[in-house]
Structure formats: structure tokens, C-alpha cells
Design a protein around this ligand. Structure first.
Ligand SMILES: [Ca+2]
Ligand SMILES: [Ca+2]
Ligand SMILES: [Ca+2]
Length: 149
């Protein structure tokens, strides 16, 4: 029993350790925070909940530095062409793309060609490829990126 408790404590301690740069183990250090690229898929809403469970949110690359960092990270992982859910949507006003935490407008200059196309009249959630943004249906399953301070 004692060893079992000790093991759990050890795990908690190891998992709680932060790297010298201030980001938790398994998270990347980016220009405006720490980022986690998932290795499993979820709906946009589920992904948002997972990120909140980590004490963060779905990533919101609001400036060129964070956009470039995240697209580069996707590319570096060998996942060019794979799309990751990020924290923007037009679920409130069709065609008006906003970051969820602030309502700030999504940059207009990084949509993939032909996007946003409001897939099936229902493409209301934002995903990021290694080369641009796409809109997709919120209930479809994708990898995702979390962000925290
Ligand atoms: Ca819509
Ligand atoms: Ca839409
Ligand atoms: Ca689309």
C-alpha cells in the first residue's frame, strides 16, 4: 500500500515538473506561450474541454509569430497536410471568424485557397494545416493544439 501511494506521488511529482523554459514536459515553448500538439483526435468541443482541463485553451495564433511557430511545429512533426483544431469559429455569425477567448478577429491572410468554404453549410470551426487555415464541421474529429501561459 505504501509503495503504491509512493508511486502515485512520484508520478504526480514527475508530471508536475516544468522544464527550465517554463513549459510543462511535452509542451513546446512558443513566442506567446506553451503549446501542446495532440496525438489523438477529438471534436472541436471535446478538444476545447481537454485544453481547459490542462489549464489552457485551444491555441489562438493571433499574430504572425505564433502562426509561423505553429505551422512550423506541424511541419517539423512530419504532419504536413494534417489539420489541427485551433480556437477560432464563425459559429455565432456566419462568415465572421473570431478567436473564442477574446472575440478578436482571425487574421484574414492565411486561409488555404478556396477557404473558408463553410463545408456542408456547416463549416464553423477553425483548423490549421502546416500552410494555412481551413474551416470544418465542428463535430468532425481532428488533432488539436492547446495553448497556455
Ligand atoms: Ca454556420
Ligand atoms: Ca461557417
Ligand atoms: Ca473548409
Amino acid at each position: 500500500m505504501t509503495s503504491c501511494v509512493m508511486s502515485i506521488l512520484t508520478i504526480l511529482l514527475v508530471c508536475g515538473v516544468s522544464a527550465a523554459n517554463g513549459c510543462s514536459l511535452g509542451w513546446l515553448t512558443g513566442p506567446s506561450g506553451c503549446y501542446f500538439l495532440s496525438r489523438f483526435t477529438a471534436t472541436w468541443g471535446e478538444a476545447s474541454s481537454v485544453c481547459q482541463g490542462f489549464g489552457g485553451k485551444l491555441a489562438e495564433p493571433m499574430d504572425e509569430d505564433s502562426y509561423t511557430f505553429l505551422t512550423g511545429s506541424i511541419h517539423d512533426r512530419g504532419q504536413a497536410g494534417v489539420q489541427f483544431s485551433v480556437g477560432g469559429s464563425d459559429m455565432f455569425v456566419e462568415g465572421v471568424w473570431e478567436w473564442s477567448s477574446s472575440g478578436a478577429k482571425v487574421m484574414n491572410n492565411h486561409w488555404l485557397p478556396g477557404e473558408p468554404n463553410d463545408d456542408n453549410n456547416n463549416g464553423d470551426c477553425l483548423t490549421l494545416h502546416d500552410n494555412g487555415f481551413n474551416d470544418l464541421e465542428c463535430h468532425s474529429l481532428h488533432y488539436f493544439i492547446c495553448e497556455k501561459e
